[in-house]
Design a protein. Sequence first.
Length: 589
Amino acid sequence: MCGIIGYVGDTAAAPILLKALRNLEYRGYDSAGIATIHNGKVSAEKDVGKIDQVCGKHDLEKLPGNVGIGHVRWATHGDVTQVNAHPHFDCKGEIAVVHNGIVENYRELRTRLEPKHRFVSQTDTEVIPHLIEEYMDAGATLEQAVLQTSRQLKGCYAFAAVCVKEPDRVVATRRESPLVVGANSHRAFIASDALAFLQETNRVVFLEDGEFVILGKTVTFLDQDGKPIKKEFKEVDWKWDQATKQGYDYYMMKEILEEPQAIRQAMMQDRKLLLEMGIGILRSRQVVITACGTSRFAALIGRYLFSRLAGKFCDVIMGSEFQYFSDSIDRNTLVIAVSQSGETADVIQGVKRAKENGAQVYSIVNTVGSTLARMADRVLYLNCGPEIGVAATKTFVSQLTLFYLLAFTMENRLDDGIQQLLDICPLIEQNVKQNNKGLQVLAQKTRDRNDFYYIARGINFAIAAEGALKMKEISYIHAEGMPAGELKHGTLALVDHGTPIVVVAPDDYTYDETIANAHETKARGAFVIGLSEETNPIFDAWIPIPDVDEIFQPLVTVVPLQLLAYYSALARGRDPDKPRNLAKSVTVL
Ligand code: AGP
């Protein structure tokens, strides 16, 4: 997703902006650019490609001045071209703007501006510098012009502007797209994500919808009417080294290996808060969990745990569909929003509608101060540090851990639950070592297959779905996960000689039926990959898993499937950290 950065400080802006953009690379992007202000002039360079490629073509690092803005673009409006890359400019080249989000009414604004302004790109963003230009030409300051411009925009946005007429400042605002301000004694930043400037400072302020910030000699905050407001800087406890590869080839591998530690860290929760939330869940007339992608699969397992351990039924609705159920959401509804980023627009939109209908909201997020954290009545944080790989791994097991804690709290067995979770961590560590080589071999063996099917029953059904999601997002091959019993209702028609079928079959009450479904595929020539404690003659390849109680199986079944996806991506020459077309934080609808 697009990432923006703005900087004002005591040293040259360009190298700092570039470093910050590199820190935002994980969000996914297709072009990059920066603009700085110096000697009454905007200097800018931008182009398509990764930051290193853009730097190879243009001397971004040498752009002069101590004030600047930067951007990594994930195309929404307009092709991936140099002219569509950010920053965008006004007619005179005196104002530069970077933007994250979507200006929904840009066509209407552009039609209105076009008679007097020269547009060069196909983007929605370009209306912003031209609007600022209009207001400044009419006598407004940059701050006033940004305020007036924001009132014209519909949709979600976070944008930052610089102008040669006020060369000492960056002005920025947001609505429904994240924007965080960071500052130390001699430097100030705005960015889409605090990771952008974490090497410089961990003192941050999260801007609320409609607020403005002016970075200059001091940092000034304004409310939506332009009146100065006080906001307090808080320290985020993420450490920069958590966001580096620390010797691993890819973040994804590092983050998979961090999973046992992530489970331990996720268990560090305030017991009183857990109890309040557990009681809240039990007492609510209806509970709806909403999430997208991997977080939704964690939610499906959470639903199973609530039912199994606490006898509490709840529904899981994917974020992008949740708003369409708003007719049945009211003040007797408790919504649990699950999101590693806390910034997923689909989830935010549904939660917003639910709040308008009077629902209570709990959030389970990783990013402290993120939008979903701020929208919630109660928040549980994953505490697993930043996850940089686009494919969610350690945040998934952390989300599961929080569902275990809530379910055990509801059952009044929290201490027992914690002990059992602690016992599982070393089993995961051993299992990774045990499977590592075999999974590399398996990935090589199946590297020419373009369709994978994953099946499981009960609590592991969502793991089959998650295994398939991991495979498709980083290997670019077709993969589907489904309840094993569902296979014969359609998908079996696609199974052919050599088709890999990943069978998640732990030794529990689902085992016999799942194996029976595996036989149905074997009879059609499938290559059966079995995950279970003991091997079975039907398996063409076996991935051993440790023997744990049924309710904890998802924690041990998911890790080998993450590794299989990882090695399959490598076997096909893909970069598992930066899958094409995908973004870490999906801040558009
Ligand atoms: C996970 O591997 C995916 N990258 C994606 O499905 C992700 O889980 C989804 O976009 C939701 O993100 P969130 O947890 O930040 O809300």
